[in-house]
Every structure is written in structure tokens, then in C-alpha cells.
Design a protein around this ligand. Structure first.
Ligand code: PLP
Length: 369
């Protein structure tokens, strides 16, 4: 067994994402297989306890995806039919889907163009007597404007539900994301800052909420065959949790690597007029799930980078309210511009310094063409 992880690369060029899994993850899975206890068991409990150390000791409940974490978090704080939940339209569809799947209505509002997260003044303007919750997304690993949003939620008696799917270990004024809301949801999908294969986790402000999430996760049961409420099977398996425990130990070093990569990218790109580098809000410690620039000529620059062997991503080309599943005609100008301009450059910790420098050189070349 070696402590140096194997790097799984999607191709020999500079990949947009990189999944770091190695001998330790394999050994952890083998250990669980050998135990014969494959479904939710002691590995899940240990993973929850270990994750809790990163979110101020709050109770954590691991589930089978980030979407499940959002859905169960919303249900546990009482969101349901007839309610409205304020969400950004500039996010992954799962943000709004989780709301809609409770029977509540997602109310899409605009973002702050500086950090791509919910604009507190737009949130304030969207509140009605049916509003039950506000769901900020810490997009790209940058914390949303939690100070203002916490004040708004408190003033109107609303639940704050954090979509922290992309923001493991991010913080604002020294406080970790996941510890602001009544509940917060993390994702462990392979492209996230850490993975369990598929998986998610709900962080809860109190034990009572955590108990409701645990019931919802497991058919409404705490004791076997004593089903108290209607529930799902959204359990995490011990196989996934064992991988997550290894990844969680590595996450702080990977986060530092992402920060260093982001620093090199910003240093190399900030004086290129054609590219707007990401701006960090005062007090924010982002974790660079994505390093996202704005380029008005985005599609041409992305095609040029592709030719140069630098893979990029667009998160997200279509605002959620414009997707066929919602198809709403809303005027969200900052969202519309962001969707047409954003371009995410490779920033993940599997990159070498030479690859990061190649990204900088590639962008300089692409915008000059
Ligand atoms: C912002 C956001 N919310 C929710 C999710 C859903 O997570 P999962 O894919 O684990 O269900 C994701 C990730 O895919 C995401 O990026």
C-alpha cells in the first residue's frame, strides 16, 4: 500500500476534472467487503461523526446523493405543498428539483454578478406569505452572502437551507458553510471536491431535525419494523462511506492544492482584458470547486482552448427556469448574462503546476486569436 494516490486522468491533455482515488480507498472497500456488512452500518456512522468535525460538531446524516440530502433536508424542516422556496436559477437543476419534489414551488431569483450566488436584495423582494425557506447555493465552492441571508430568514421566520453540494470546507468569516442553515446538503458525486462514488450528507442545526432526516432516510423507521412516518430508502452504504472516510482525510490537502492552483490562475489571467477572473467576497474562503471566469466571447474561446488541449466546462449554460422541466419566462438579467459568459478552467488537485501554467498560456493565446 502506498500513500501516493493514483491519478485517474480522462485523457493525456489538461482535463477539466480529475478524480483522485488510490490504494487507500481500495483497501477501505476491501475491508468492508470482507466484513460482510455492506449496507448502512458502522462505516456510515463513523463517516458522519468525522464529517461533523468539519461543521462545528453539528449532527450529520449521510444519504445516497446530494439531491437526496436536499430533499430530506427540506422535508425535515417542514417544506411541502403550498410552500414557496426562494432559489437561484443559476445552479444545477437538482437545487430546484429538490424543492419541486417536496410539492413546494421553487421561486427563482437573480444572482449577485460578482460571486454568482443569490442576491439578498432579490431574495427580499421575492418573499410572500407562502415563502417557507430560502435556499442559497455556495456555487463553485464560494460561500453565498450568508450574513445578509441569515438576517432576512430570521426577520421573516424562514428556514435557511444551504445547498453546499460544491463547497466542502468553504467558510465565511471563519464559519464553515453548512453551519448557517437549519439544514445543509453536501454532495459526494465523483467530480466534487471529495467523493464517495455517489453520496450526500445532511448537516442539521439540532438533533431533532437530524432524527427526522434519519427517519426519512430509512422508511420512517428508527427501530426495525416500527415505521413512525412515511419515508424513503436513501441510505448510504458502508462501501461508499468507507471511501468517503479516506477522501475526507485527504480533503484539507486537496483544498490547499485547489487554492494554490486558483492563485496561479488569477495571477496569470487577471491582467488579460478579455477575461474577468473570479472575485472573492470579503471574509470568504472559497474552496474552488470550479475556477470560473467570464468571457463575453465564451464559446469561441472554449473551442480554441479545446484545440489547444485544455478542457473546460460551462456551469451552467441554461438557467434552471429556462429548462424544459420548468419553462418559465422570467427576467433575471444577471443570470442570463452569466449563463452566456461563464467558463470554468481546470483547477482540481490532480493537476501538475505545469498543467496549470499551460491553462494560463492557453487562455492568453485563445483570447488573443
Ligand atoms: C449545486 C448542486 N446542488 C445539488 C447537486 C446534487 O448532488 P448529487 O449529484 O450528488 O445528487 C449538485 C451536484 O450534482 C450540485 O452541483
Amino acid at each position: 500500500m502506498t500513500s501516493v494516490p493514483e491519478v485517474v486522468r480522462v485523457d493525456p491533455e489538461v482535463p477539466a476534472t480529475g478524480v483522485l482515488v488510490g490504494d487507500e480507498e481500495r483497501a477501505a472497500v476491501d475491508r468492508v467487503l470482507a466484513s460482510g456488512m455492506l449496507a448502512q452500518g458502522p462505516e456510515v456512522a463513523a463517516f458522519e461523526a468525522e464529517f461533523s468535525e468539519h461543521v462545528g460538531g453539528r449532527p450529520c446524516v449521510a444519504v445516497n446523493s446530494g439531491t437526496s440530502a436536499l430533499l430530506l433536508g427540506l422535508l425535515a424542516v417542514g417544506v411541502g405543498p403550498g410552500d414557496e422556496v426562494v432559489v437561484p436559477s443559476f445552479s444545477f437543476a437538482a437545487t430546484a428539483n429538490a424543492v419541486a419534489l417536496t410539492g413546494a414551488r421553487p421561486v427563482f431569483v437573480d444572482i449577485d454578478p460578482a460571486q454568482f450566488c443569490l442576491d439578498p436584495s432579490a431574495v427580499r423582494a421575492a418573499i410572500t406569505e407562502r415563502t417557507a425557506a430560502i435556499m442559497p447555493v455556495h456555487l463553485y465552492g464560494h460561500p453565498a452572502a450568508m450574513t445578509a441571508l441569515t438576517e432576512i430568514a430570521a426577520a421573516h421566520g424562514l428556514a435557511l437551507v444551504e445547498d453546499a453540494a460544491q463547497a466542502h470546507l468553504a467558510s465565511l468569516d471563519g464559519r464553515p458553510v453548512g453551519t448557517f442553515g437549519a439544514v445543509a446538503a453536501f454532495s459526494f458525486y465523483p467530480t466534487k471536491n471529495m467523493t464517495t462514488g455517489e453520496g450526500g450528507l445532511v448537516v442539521c442545526a439540532d438533533e431533532e431535525t437530524a432524527r427526522r432526516v434519519r427517519l426519512l432516510r430509512n422508511q420512517g423507521m428508527e427501530r426495525r419494523y416500527a415505521n413512525e412516518i412515511l419515508g424513503y430508502n436513501m441510505r448510504m452504504t458502508d462501501l461508499h462511506a468507507a471511501i468517503g472516510r479516506v477522501q475526507l482525510r485527504r480533503l484539507p490537502a486537496w483544498t490547499m492544492a485547489r487554492r494554490e492552483n486558483a492563485r496561479v490562475l488569477t495571477e496569470g489571467l487577471e491582467h488579460l482584458g478579455a477575461v474577468a477572473v473570479p472575485r472573492v467576497a470579503p471574509g470568504a474562503q472559497p474552496v474552488w470547486h470550479q475556477y470560473t471566469v467570464r468571457v463575453p466571447d465564451r464559446d469561441r474561446v472554449a473551442a480554441s482552448l479545446e484545440e489547444l488541449g485544455v478542457r473546460t466546462g460551462v456551469y451552467y449554460p441554461t438557467p434552471i427556469h429556462r429548462l424544459p422541466a420548468y419553462d418559465l419566462d422570467l427576467d433575471l438579467p444577471h443570470t442570463a448574462v452569466a449563463a452566456s459568459e461563464v467558463l470554468s478552467l481546470p483547477v482540481h488537485p490532480a493537476l501538475t503546476r505545469a498543467q496549470v501554467e499551460r491553462v494560463v498560456a492557453g487562455v492568453a493565446l485563445a483570447v488573443a486569436r
